[in-house]
Design a protein around this ligand. Structure first.
Ligand SMILES: C[S@@+](CC[C@H](N)C(=O)[O-])C[C@H]1O[C@@H](n2cnc3c(N)ncnc32)[C@H](O)[C@@H]1O
Length: 441
């Protein structure tokens, strides 16, 4: 049966606002709670879209997310038996995604819980396992000692998949027990009084988060089992998540039918500082347990991940690249014209970001099959009291490459962990889901 574009539009437009706003979904079904990564997609939003689009293909369907973050899109694709591939520049996102897309049997998780508990309980050493610049600013002494006991116990685990799961658990403990405030994604030290008055036991946190995460992973794995997608303790289709800079290269030979993603909405420094959010946990996790291709350089400074992400670096040959971009997007040109000479630094940042996004899109299109669908969830933001219309910019850029919009949906952001309004933008209460299709021949 050939599914016409009208049928797809019809089926997508029947997705209710309740579903799009993610009010009624079961978080644990998608292992969404195991680490509180910033700006996670709401799986219930993706689910009906993935279901509807994947049904339009005959045979195997493959899904790709070049900015996978916490891999909620990939995990939703797995529920529908798709081949999935994801890439992200942030090592913490890669670690989390490896864990969420791997099948863990209930028994192996429970055995690992018992053995790590007994190793931690026996350890009375006060030796500290990790040193880095300013560690004493970010962690109290007794917190470092307990984190070191957990660290030693995880290192003794022989199975790398289990170690990865335990490192993710430790990452969540670090988020909650460091001296960094949890209210922002930027690194922001707590007040002196607050630090002194907090009496924290990372080991207690670890045990309770471990229990909750085992339940979450089991719930997700049960969904896969019920859908007959697990054989011989493995997901029956292809699943691969890698570390990589999507602006430079997509690290796979495969090609895809669906690209479903939510890109950053601007450079990380001024939008969501994914890198700063990940800096402290990454100091405690051995990089070779995440992906042996990751360069250690990425973890050396707090700014490194953010400045290597989309829009994080100033362009060479700015005027030429800017003019080139104006040819592709009238929305960018009109926006740029509103900035006066004192506002050029901000204007340049917007141009850098859109330039990087445009180059990344070229890389992505090279990996898509004919007739592939692209689903982009984007939000607009404010820079200098001007709205950066990421939705229209994306439509312009893709249209300049002959990829046309077929339909769009709008949702309120109710259940997404975004920075507070004041430090980001006041247009962040709505998100657009834009659906495009590449030509079929
Ligand atoms: C909005 S998040 C993605 C949310 C994700 N779809 C989810 O469901 O959780 C954007 C991600 O893009 C990543 N990113 C930014 N620049 C990148 C680049 N050049 N290459 C790959 N990933 C990048 C960030 O690290 C971040 O994890």
């Amino acid at each position: 049966m050939v599914v016409t574009e009208n049928k797809i539009k019809e089926s997508l437009s029947s997705i209710t606002s309740e579903i799009l706003n993610g009010t009624n979904y079961n978080r644990s079904e998608f292992a969404r709670n195991i680490l509180n990564y910033p700006a996670m997609m709401v799986p219930s939003v993706q689910e009906p879209i993935i279901k509807s689009l994947s049904e339009t293909f005959k045979g195997e369907v493959s899904l790709f997310d070049p900015f996978m973050g916490a891999s909620n899109t990939l995990v939703t694709g797995m529920k529908y038996g798709l081949n999935v591939f994801g890439q992200d520049i942030n090592p913490l996102a890669v670690l989390l995604s490896k864990v969420k897309t791997r099948y863990y049997s209930k028994d192996e998780l429970l055995i690992s819980e018992d053995s790590i508990k007994s190793r931690i309980e026996k350890d009375t050493s006060i030796k500290k396992e990790v040193r880095f610049h300013n560690i004493d600013k970010w962690f109290k002494n007794d917190v470092q000692i307990e984190l070191s006991r957990i660290h030693r116990a995880i290192k003794q685990e022989s199975n790398v998949g289990i170690r990865q799961f335990l490192w993710v658990t430790l990452a969540e403990v670090i988020r909650l027990t460091s001296n960094d405030r949890t209210s922002t994604f930027k690194m922001h030290i707590r007040s002196k009084d607050d630090i002194e008055n907090r009496n924290l036991s990372p080991i207690k946190y670890f045990f309770s988060i471990l229990k909750r995460s085992i339940k979450d992973l089991n719930d997700f794995c049960s969904v896969l089992i019920d859908n007959e997608l697990i054989k011989e303790n493995k997901y029956v289709k292809d699943v691969d998540v890698v570390w990589g800079d999507s602006l430079k290269i997509i690290n796979t030979e495969k090609s895809f039918d669906l690209l479903i993603t939510s890109p950053p909405y601007g450079d990380n420094q001024t939008t969501v500082t994914y890198g700063q959010f990940s800096y402290l946990p990454l100091q405690w996790i051995p990089i070779k347990d995440i992906d042996d291709k990751i360069s250690f350089e990425y973890l050396k400074t707090i700014q490194q991940i953010d400045s290597n992400s989309l829009g994080g670096k100033m362009l060479d040959d700015f005027s030429h690249k800017k003019e080139n971009l104006f040819q592709k997007s009238r929305t960018v040109k009109l926006l740029f014209d509103t900035f006066n000479s004192e506002e050029q630094v901000k204007a340049k940042k917007v141009i850098n970001f859109v330039h990087d996004l445009d180059k990344t899109i070229d890389n992505l299109l090279g990996k898509l099959n004919k007739g592939a669908y692209l689903v982009w969830t984007v939000g607009n933001r404010n820079v200098n009291k001007q709205v950066v219309q990421n939705d229209n910019i994306l439509i312009d850029l893709l249209s300049s490459k002959k990829v046309e919009l077929i339909t769009d949906l709008e949702r309120d952001i109710l259940s997404k962990r975004m920075p507070g309004r004041n430090n980001f933008s006041n247009t962040m209460n709505k998100e657009k889901i834009l659906i495009f299709k590449t030509t079929a021949n």
